[in-house]
Ligand binder design. Structure first.
Ligand code: NAD
Length: 292
């Protein structure tokens, strides 16, 4: 039997995620401030109207400030016992603040950011990293199973966001390391296929080398083979690296590589030609540069 679901934020990710819930037989009421709709969903006039009477309210929004504003609207409209399920990538503090607000209203709350991108959202193969109570996780689990292939319960509220930004800090740092090493190999006269063959089976291997190789024509098919069209855009990587540094500052953690990765993606997106390019386009960036 289907649940009553409110889905707020029907953008690149939220749209296909909502469509999968509808396809699985759930009743979805959608709201997006841009007027975006999803076929088969009822359309609400506001986030609060969508949330009224819902068993689960899902949010898929751009950032923590918008999440806080939407949560302040929807929480008073929700039925006690219902679950607020945020799938956006936001700062840990916002996730915890929203969870506290929900708990005070007798609601369950989960922070459940995803990896897998737009392709994963459409295919229903996202990975969810989830913070919140066991009870709330159990209620949302059937929805994770529809929208994704895996949901890892990481502990209390905020821990889903913590897992996401730690993962993406590794990803950003590793992508840069892989790209600068390819550019160095070029200058040393090492061909890219040899570089791939060695590193992908040696101790320098990584997801960025083996599964998402930034060099065109080498390794599995990746955005590099498609003119560096995203994929995962550099500005989204920049956002996530900013969140990890924000969290590191709040927690007094020393993250020098994450800090440097943030600086490089910031320069790439804001001062160079990285905007709108996949985050693996760091390789052509390094190719063009010398030490100067
Ligand atoms: P998007 O900009 O396409 O979608 C966000 C939607 O939220 C938009 O349609 C916007 O109109 C809507 N919105 C903004 N303010 C609103 C409000 N007050 N009320 C209702 N709707 C509002 O972004 P996206 O790519 O779908 O990403 C959503 C989240 O998922 C982000 O936090 C992003 O970091 C994260 N994420 C994205 C990807 C990706 O590959 N796109 C991958 C993993 C995680």
């Amino acid at each position: 039997t289907g649940m009553n679901i409110a889905f707020i934020g029907l953008g690149n990710m939220g749209g296909p995620m909502a469509a999968n819930l509808i396809k699985a037989g759930h009743s979805v009421t959608g709201f997006d401030v841009a007027g975006t709709t999803v076929e088969g969903a009822r359309v609400a006039a506001s986030a609060a109207e969508a949330a009224k009477g819902a068993d689960v309210v899902i949010t898929m929004l751009p950032n923590g400030a918008i999440l806080r504003a939407v949560a302040a609207d929807v929480i008073p409209a929700m039925t006690p016992g219902a679950v607020l399920l945020d799938c956006s990538t936001v700062d840990v503090e916002s996730a915890r603040a929203v969870a506290d607000l929900a708990a005070a209203a007798g609601l369950g709350a989960l922070d459940a950011p995803v990896s897998g991108g737009i392709g994963g959202a459409a295919a229903g193969t996202l990975t969810f990293m989830v913070g919140g109570s066991d009870e709330a996780f159990a209620i949302a689990k059937p929805l994770f199973d529809i929208m994704g292939q895996k949901a890892v319960h990481c502990g209390p509220s905020g821990n889903g966001q913590a897992a996401k930004i730690c993962n993406n800090m590794i990803l950003g740092v590793t992508m840069i390391a892989t790209c600068e090493a390819f550019a160095l190999a070029d200058k040393l006269g090492l061909d890219r296929q040899s570089m791939f063959d060695v590193v992908s089976t040696s101790s320098g291997y990584s997801w960025t080398m083996n599964a998402y190789c930034p060099a065109p024509g080498v390794g599995p098919n990746s955005p590099a083979d498609n003119g560096y069209k995203p994929g995962f855009a550099s500005e989204l990587m920049l956002k996530d690296l900013g969140l990890s540094q924000q969290a590191a500052e709040a927690a007094d953690a020393d993250t020098p590589m994450g800090q440097r990765a943030l600086e490089l993606y910031k320069q790439f997106v804001e001062a160079e030609d990285g905007k709108g390019m996949d985050f693996s386009a760091m390789l052509p960036r390094f190719e063009k540069r010398g030490r100067g």
